[in-house]
Design a protein around this ligand. Structure first.
Ligand code: NAP
Length: 458
C-alpha cells in the first residue's frame, strides 16, 4: 500500500493525503535521530523520565483531539478511542516511573571476577505499525525506547497518517526533544533503504504475517535486530464449569471490541458440548443487539470496519469458508449505509480442510467449535499456525492455570478476553511473531546487555 490517505470509513470520504518524503528528508530525519542517540548516551534515563511524564500530560490535554482523529480515520467508536488514549497515558507513566530502575546494571555471579552488565541504548529504532490501534501501537514502542535512549522513526499504516502526525505533534509539545520521534510516510522501497542504513539499529513491526515476513526478511538481511508482533487466531476455551455471568460478560466484548479488529480478539470460540447451545445463543444475542451507526455517536455499538477494502476482504473470507462447508448460525441483517460496514456473523462446522480453520478473520466473525472435553479443546487450540493470545473460562482457577501452561500462545487470560497494560508483556509465538512489547521484557528489546568484568590478579 503505502499511499497515505485519510478516508473516513463511515462516509467513505477522503479528507487528507500525504506525500512520500524525498531522499534528502529521509537522510535528515535519520541524522537528527542518530545525533540525539549520541547526545542521549551522556544523559540519564531519569532525565528522560521527567520528559515522559510531560508527554503523558500532553496526551491528557489532547485526548479529545487525538481520539477524534483516530475515529475519523479508522472508524473505531469514539469512547474506545478515548480509552486508547488513556491506556497510552498509563503506559508513558509506567515507563517514566519504573523505567530508570529497570535499566540499572545487573550484577552477575561469576568465579572469574567481579561482573555485571550494563543495559545501554543501541540506536535509532524503525517502528512500522498497523492502523487498528493508531496511538497505542506507537506508544508501545516509543515510551520504553525513549527511556532507554533509543530515538524512534515511525512508518504508520497508509490509512492513519493523520493520527501519526498528531501523535508526533503531541509528543513534541510534551517536551520530547527533536529527533526522539520522527513521523515519515515512506514507500516500501524507502522503508527498505531506511532499515539498511547503518544509523538504524533495530526494527519493531506490528502487523500481519505477510507484512512481518517481508520487513523481517529485510531486517535479517541487514543484520538488524527485530521484534515482530503479528496476527492471531486466538482460542477462547469455555469449560463445563464456566460461570454463566462471567461467560456472558466476556462473550460480550470477545468479538466486537474495536469492531472485532484486535490481534488478540477471541476468533475461535471452543466450547465443551455441555455449553455449546448456550454459547451460540449468547453470541447471537450479543450480535443481534448491535446498533450500526456513526462511530462518533455514543449510541452506536457496531462501527464500520477500518476501510472498504478490509470489509471486502473479510466478506470474501466468509464466503470461502461457507463454500468449504461452514454453516452460518447467525448473520446480522443488511445495513443501509455508504460506510464500510460488515454484517457480524457466527460460523459453525468448520473442519480442518476449511480455509477458515487456520486463517485470521480480522473483523466481527465468531467461529464456534464444539468439543467433547478439555483435552480436545487444548488440542484444537494448539492446532494453529498462530500463537498470540488465548482465554480460558472456568470457575476452577488452579485447573485453568494448569491448562494455560499447555497452550502454545504468548498470553492466556483466565476468565477474561484480551488484556493489556504497561506492566504486562505482550507478544506471541509461532507465526504470531517473536519478541515482546511492554513490561520489562519490552523495555529490553533494543538494549545492549554490555558485560563488564574485572579479573583479579594475584
Ligand atoms: P500490515 O498490512 O502487515 O501492516 C502493518 C504495517 O506494515 C503497516 O505500516 C504497513 O504499511 C506495513 N507493511 C505491510 N507490508 C509491508 C511490506 N511488504 N513492506 C513494508 N511495510 C509493509 O498489517 P495490517 O493489516 O495493517 O494490520 C492488521 C494485522 O496486524 C493483523 O494481522 C493483526 O492481528 C496484526 N496486529 C498484531 C498485533 C500484535 O501485537 N501482535 C497488534 C495489532 C495488530 P501500509 O499500511 O502502507 O501497507
Amino acid at each position: 500500500m503505502a499511499k497515505y490517505q485519510s478516508i473516513n470509513p463511515y462516509t467513505n470520504e477522503k479528507f487528507a493525503e500525504y506525500d512520500n518524503p524525498t531522499a534528502t528528508q529521509i537522510d535528515e530525519a535519520i541524522n537528527l535521530a542518530h545525533s540525539l542517540y549520541k547526545k542521549w548516551q551522556h544523559e540519564s534515563p531519569e532525565s528522560r523520565a521527567t520528559v515522559l511524564h510531560q508527554v503523558a500530560d500532553s496526551l491528557r490535554k489532547h485526548e479529545d483531539e487525538m481520539a477524534e482523529m483516530m475515529t475519523l480515520e479508522m472508524g473505531k467508536m469514539l469512547h474506545e478511542s478515548k480509552e486508547e488514549v488513556e491506556l497510552c497515558i498509563s503506559i508513558c507513566e509506567y515507563y517514566a516511573e519504573k523505567g530508570p530502575e529497570m535499566l540499572k546494571p545487573q550484577p552477575v555471579e561469576s568465579k572469574l571476577g567481579h561482573a555485571y552488565y550494563l543495559k545501554q541504548a543501541t540506536g535509532v529504532i524503525m517502528a512500522c505499525e498497523p492502523w487498528n490501534f493508531p496511538l497505542y501501537q506507537i506508544i508501545r514502542v516509543f515510551a520504553p525506547n525513549f527511556i532507554v535512549g533509543n530515538p524512534m522513526l515511525l512508518k504508520h499504516a497508509h490509512n492513519v497518517p493523520g493520527s501519526a502526525a498528531l501523535a508526533a505533534k503531541i509528543v513534541k509539545e510534551g517536551g520530547a526533544p527533536e529527533g526522539s520521534f520522527i513521523n515519515l510516510y515512506p514507500t516500501y522501497d524507502q522503508l527498505d533503504s531506511i532499515i539498511a542504513d547503518p544509523r538504524i539499529s533495530g526494527v519493531a513491526l506490528t502487523g500481519s504475517e505477510r507484512g512481518g515476513a517481508s520487513v523481517a526478511a529485510n531486517a535479517g538481511k541487514n543484520l538488524k535486530k527485530s521484534t515482530m508482533e503479528l496476527g492471531g487466531n486466538d482460542p477462547f476455551i469455555i469449560l463445563d464449569d464456566a460461570d454463566p455471568a462471567v461467560l456472558k460478560e466476556t462473550l460480550c466484548r470477545a468479538r466486537t471490541y474495536n469492531g472485532g479488529q484486535v490481534c488478540t480478539s477471541s476468533k475461535r470460540i471452543i466450547v465443551v458440548k455441555s455449553r455449546y447451545e448456550e454459547v451460540l445463543h449468547e453470541l447471537k444475542n450479543v450480535f443481534s443487539n448491535l446498533k450500526p451507526g456513526d462511530p462518533m455517536d455514543d449510541a452506536t455499538t457496531l462501527p464500520p470496519m477500518n476501510s472498504a477494502g478490509s470489509r471486502d476482504k473479510l466478506v470474501k473470507q466468509v464466503e470461502a469458508a461457507v463454500d468449504a462447508g461452514a454453516k452460518v448460525f447467525y448473520q446480522y441483517p443488511e445495513i443501509e449505509s455508504d460506510g464500510a460496514f460488515f454484517r457480524p456473523v457466527i460460523l459453525t462446522d468448520i473442519d480442518k480442510k476449511n480455509p477458515a480453520f487456520d486463517e485470521e478473520m480480522f473483523g466481527p466473525v465468531a467461529m464456534v467449535y464444539q468439543v467433547e472435553d478439555e483435552d480436545e479443546a487444548i488440542a484444537l487450540a494448539n492446532d494453529s499456525s498462530y500463537g498470540l493470545g488465548s482465554s480460558i473460562i472456568s470457575s476452577d482457577i488452579a485447573h485453568a492455570q494448569e491448562l494455560a501452561a499447555q497452550i502454545e500462545s504468548g498470553m492466556t487470560v483466565i476468565n477474561g478476553t484480551w488484556i493489556t497494560s504497561g506492566e504486562l508483556p505482550f507478544g506471541g509465538v509461532k507465526n504470531s511473531g517473536y519478541g515482546r512489547e511492554l513490561s520489562d521484557l519490552g523495555m529490553m528489546a533494543f538494549v545492549n546487555e554490555h558485560l563488564v568484568i574485572d579479573v583479579p590478579h594475584k
